[in-house]
Ligand binder design. Sequence first.
Ligand SMILES: NC(=O)c1ccc[n+]([C@@H]2O[C@H](COP(=O)([O-])OP(=O)(O)OC[C@H]3O[C@@H](n4cnc5c(N)ncnc54)[C@H](OP(=O)(O)O)[C@@H]3O)[C@@H](O)[C@H]2O)c1
Length: 343
Amino acid sequence: MACSIDSFNHLWKVIEANLNKIKDVLSIIGLAYVGKVGLQVIAKSVKVVYLYGLARALGPRDLVSEYGRWAVVTGSTDGIGKEYARQLASLGMCIVLISRNLDKLNQVAAEIEKEFKVETCVIQADFSQGRDVYDKIKTVLEGKDLGILVNNAGVMLEYPMDISEYNGDRIWNHVNINIGGVTMMTRIVIPEMLRKKRGAIVNISSSSAIGPLPYMNIYSASKIYVDYFSQGLRAELYSKGIDVQTIIPFYIATKMTIFSDKLAKNFLVPNAQSFVRSALCTLGRSPRCTGYWTHEIQHGFSTAIPTWMWIWTGRILQLQLRKDAEKKGIAPKKETKQNVVAV
Ligand SMILES: NC(=O)c1ccc[n+]([C@@H]2O[C@H](COP(=O)([O-])OP(=O)(O)OC[C@H]3O[C@@H](n4cnc5c(N)ncnc54)[C@H](OP(=O)(O)O)[C@@H]3O)[C@@H](O)[C@H]2O)c1
């Protein structure tokens, strides 16, 4: 009997010693995790204060002398692109405007010339048409002192939808405009920028590319292409004097987001003018950022959670936004289990 109690005591001591070791290891892992999160919070806070406080107070850099005289802005007749065009012009840059609609192009060009007294040039081009449109663009851009390219033109699904609702146009537009447009436009401006050893390329990706996004799936996937392409390009070109910046915004109130009233202008959803005013101050100061302070904080939270959590919260949000689009009559009502009648 005494012997079995002794051996139990011995066993318990061994277990206790091992438990203490496990506790020590877990404490170290816990501390390391808290340390990592703490460092991330500090780094993000410094970034927010620097980019959206200090840089904003200093204003945009002298972009003409730093990069060159002309800025090319794709998708420049509406929303974010139109604001980039206007605000770059307000800094003394001449603007090449590219979009599909010639009337809108001429109207924006006239507004810019009148208001900011700079030269403009319009190019009517539809990026959904594939590679042929780029020959014309290349010819028109030849001989211009190209300083900045803003790869802004992009399409998003008109409202959250699943793959059964994609038609051929939706699929090819995401490939041709969001992926093809950014890559082909970059390829066009690179030789001139390399020759001058200066220039900047701003690629508008999206926070939807932080992780896979159900019901905005092809959009999110096309924007991670932009993000990767842009970051890789920066590493290739930085030593050659060309500054490549990736912008990864959350929602901005434009034509693209009219399907839900939740995405109308509010604290988290700036309008294009406020967004671009802020994003332009980050050019030459940050290689990759959201462009706006509330977005930068959202980005901090979104990148801290595991991917599965991002996917599931994204799924819930997109389904809510889909309901908003249905209520506004923009999206067709989706069949739910309740409204499918058995036959
Ligand atoms: N709004 C947001 O919440 C948000 C968030 C993150 C990222 N982004 C990105 O920001 C960029 C601009 O978005 P936005 O909200 O400003 O969009 P928007 O208001 O819909 O404007 C899109 C612009 O692109 C042009 N465009 C559309 N299809 C084109 C085509 N096939 N070929 C050439 N130009 C075309 C349009 O002009 P025409 O109709 O005259 O051709 C318009 O000027 C996009 O890349 C988008 O993915 C937007």
